[in-house]
Ligand binder design. Structure first.
Ligand SMILES: [Zn+2]
Length: 472
């Protein structure tokens, strides 16, 4: 025991010595303070010209939309192969936030999270005849034993077989809502629009099991409401429209469409009543609302969510049963519900950004605040220390912003140049310690990117403003 203690002391002394000998440039924090996130030590946000954007084919000819171009220009994604992108640190932060919001909404309606393998055995797909029906969209492969698989684009078969294996499922457990957020694969003939139509992407898929068609329809409504609540929290004006059932099947389906010019779906809305539908579900000649006969308006949209009422299409194949109120086995009534996770992020950037500046849903911004201290050697340089104190004060007084404030310490650049970068990147709040930081009391210039306002605030004013920021 004593030997161990001695060893610990020796180790502690050793680590003290070590940290004493670490060159100054490796120190991330001021003594006695919390860690400061300094931009120069991180994966650098870029500000590339269009012709500097990395591209597989060389040149920027394959830039197909604004979100793709902006995400490449600031270094959010990097192309790996057609339809596949490296997601760089800022994107992963934003996606993690999006998944947290999705988790909150799915758990609020009783969803339980699972994770199913991406490798999906062919026999499951043969059982529903989708091994043939899905055609070339399915990415197929064989293992060393010659066994066939696909990389799952969706998991109706897998989840239904899983639930069928749970022999003790009782009506008391229903509705049973299972969901996952995993990578999905689709062999797109022509991947395009960056993360909007890739071959490998993140999707949230939920599968629900109910005791009767009525109960299943109720659950269907519940999940749709959760989707609406999610998009409202993200500030995205999504429209729920009637849709076709495609290769998934079932008897009722809706899409959540985000209106956007780059959208590949066309949907019709009736301005006089609440009717809206994907034009694929309408007759070619139909220009009037089937509900009120008023004229329909057509809009392009990005499909960010899709819901299906499946009935017993899958549960009958895999014999997914539960014990009903009379103690007898009964087939589960199913629904399935998808959200394109990477697609939601790209679609949000597509509709919120200007031609030259990225904008995020406030909840999803990778960092909420960018703090810009004065340029080295400038008249305002004495305010550098104030900026550091302001950083520490914000992270102490506004606990939800810990880990959310970046200090742009590239002080060899002018404030103007760094402001330009910050504006392009779209931090919701950019705070500048400039000329007016030398006043008594110090005033900081605060750019509220999502409202377009610029205000001068004291330290207390900054904290008052930032304490209202919601972070997920
Ligand atoms: Zn109408």
């Amino acid at each position: 025991m004593e030997g161990l203690l001695t060893r610990c002391r020796a180790l502690a002394a050793c680590s003290r010595q070590l940290s004493g000998s670490i060159p100054r440039r490796f120190h991330h924090c001021a003594p006695g303070r919390g860690k400061r996130l300094v931009l120069s030590r991180m994966f650098q946000p870029q500000n590339l010209r269009e012709d500097q954007v990395p591209s597989l084919e060389g040149g920027s000819g394959d830039l197909t939309c604004k979100s793709q171009r902006l995400m490449l220009q600031v270094g959010l994604i990097h192309p790996a192969s057609p339809g596949c992108y490296h997601l760089l640190p800022y994107t992963v932060r934003a996606l993690e936030k999006l998944v947290r919001v999705i988790d909150q909404e799915m758990r609020a309606i009783g969803g339980q999270k699972v994770s199913m393998p991406s490798l999906s055995p062919a026999e499951l797909w043969r059982a529903t005849n989708r091994w043939d029906l899905m055609g070339k969209e399915l990415l197929r492969l064989r293992d060393r034993h010659g066994k066939e698989y696909c990389l799952g684009p969706t998991h109706e078969e897998a989840v239904t077989a899983l639930v069928a294996s749970q022999k003790t499922l009782s009506y008391k457990q229903l509705p049973f809502l299972l969901y996952q957020v995993t990578r999905k694969f689709r062999d797109e003939p022509r991947p395009r629009f960056g993360l909007l139509r890739g071959r490998e992407f993140y999707m949230k898929d939920m599968y629900t099991f109910d005791s009767s068609p009525e109960a299943a329809r109720q659950t269907y409504g519940l999940v749709c409401d959760a989707y609406s609540s999610l998009f409202a929290r993200l500030g995205l004006p999504c429209v729920k429209v009637q849709a076709g059932v495609g290769s998934i099947g079932g008897t009722m389906s809706h899409e959540f469409q985000l209106p956007a010019d780059v959208g590949e779906d066309q949907f019709a809305v009736c301005p006089s009543c609440s009717f809206s539908a994907n034009v694929e579900t309408l007759n070619l000649s139909q220009t009037n609302c089937p509900a009120c006969q008023g004229p329909l308006t057509e809009t392009k949209g990005i499909e960010v969510g899709h819901t299906f009422y499946l009935g017993t299409k899958y549960s009958s194949v895999f014999n997914a049963q539960f014990t009903n109120v009379h103690g007898k086995p009964s087939l589960a009534e199913m629904g399935c519900y998808g959200l394109g996770v990477t697609r939601i992020l790209a679609a949000a950037i597509e509709v919120l950004s200007t031609e030259y500046c990225l904008r995020w849903p406030g909840l999803l911004a990778p960092y909420q605040v960018c703090l810009i201290p004065p340029k080295k050697g400038s008249k305002e340089e004495v305010a550098t220390e104030l900026a550091g104190h302001l950083y520490d004060h914000i992270t102490e007084a506004v606990p939800q912003l810990r880990g959310e404030v970046l200090l742009d310490d590239r002080t060899h650049l002018t404030i103007g140049n760094r402001l330009k970068d910050a504006n392009k990147f779209g931090y919701p709040f950019v705070i500048i310690a400039g000329k007016r930081a030398l006043e008594a009391p110090a005033h900081y210039e605060v750019w509220c990117q999502n409202t377009g306002e610029v205000v001068f605030l004291t330290k207390e004013g900054v904290v008052g403003l930032l304490s209202q920021v919601q972070v997920v």
